[in-house]
Write a protein that binds this ligand. Sequence first.
Ligand code: NAD
Length: 290
Amino acid sequence: MITNVGIVGAGQMGCGIAHVCALAGYKVTLYDLSAERIEAGLATINGNLARQVSNGKLSDEDRRATLSRIRGTGDVHDFASADLVIEAATEDESVKRKIFAQVCPVLKPEALLATNTSSLSITRLASATDRPERFMGIHFMNPVPVMKLVELVRGIATGEATFTKAKEFVASLDKTVTVAEDFPAFIVNRILLPMINEAIYTLYEGVGSVEAIDTAMKLGANHPMGPLQLADFIGLDTCLSIMQVLYDGLADSKYRPCPLLVKYVEAGWLGRKSGRGFYDYRGEVPVPTR
Ligand code: NAD
């Protein structure tokens, strides 16, 4: 039975996953590299829970109880009692491999290990662990407290018992499962990211401004957010990593990352999380940067 959940990475996704797990009653251990990241993550979770209280979706007592179930840590040894650890660190295979090398020796033999990767091969990541049969992809969507879907992805070695437990776990969070095969970027991002990349090409080629492209897709295709707004929301470094995985993994030039996306990432303009991307978020309202 899963009661203790460990999470690696207190970024956008790790915090969201911690939020929904603690709200569902799980004890959560949230790990990141520095005390500042952990503090910032806990503050974000508190802010998001407080918003749910002011929207009338949660009582203040539940907010406090939820927060009390989350423990931040800078020490992987605190995963010793975890029944499930979900890795939600930076979308970089070498980072994830290093994390598995650190975390695996600490885990109980029967503990499950999952990754929230948006695009990387589950089979390959599993091979960097000591438990490929108890490893799989549990891919949450951003923002986790709001989005209903979780993609489940099995690697070649993932055991049936692992898959069943993951399905039960996701259901306990009141999310809906969709199952994807282990191909680059799975289902959602295989379809979504080429659209975002095409929107960036549309900007790069001067077909439209940031505002024109986002307005066109919001009002013309009935998307709740424009593709450039969405790219900023996902994080431009994550968008670029996913396009690179699609390009390398499927060996088709249609997945070539737009040079403008590369430039934004090189500039450190990573979207909302760094204060600037296709929009500048440092003022009261977001202002297009092109
Ligand atoms: P993020 O940049 O907001 O957070 C990443 C966190 O990982 C940072 O806090 C960083 O300090 C931490 N980290 C890096 N190396 C670490 C290490 N060695 N040990 C511990 N922590 C480490 O990124 P994010 O948007 O939260 O994405 C995290 C993962 O979730 C990625 O695999 C990404 O592909 C996936 N994902 C992202 C989205 C999205 O929309 N952003 C959606 C679904 C899945």
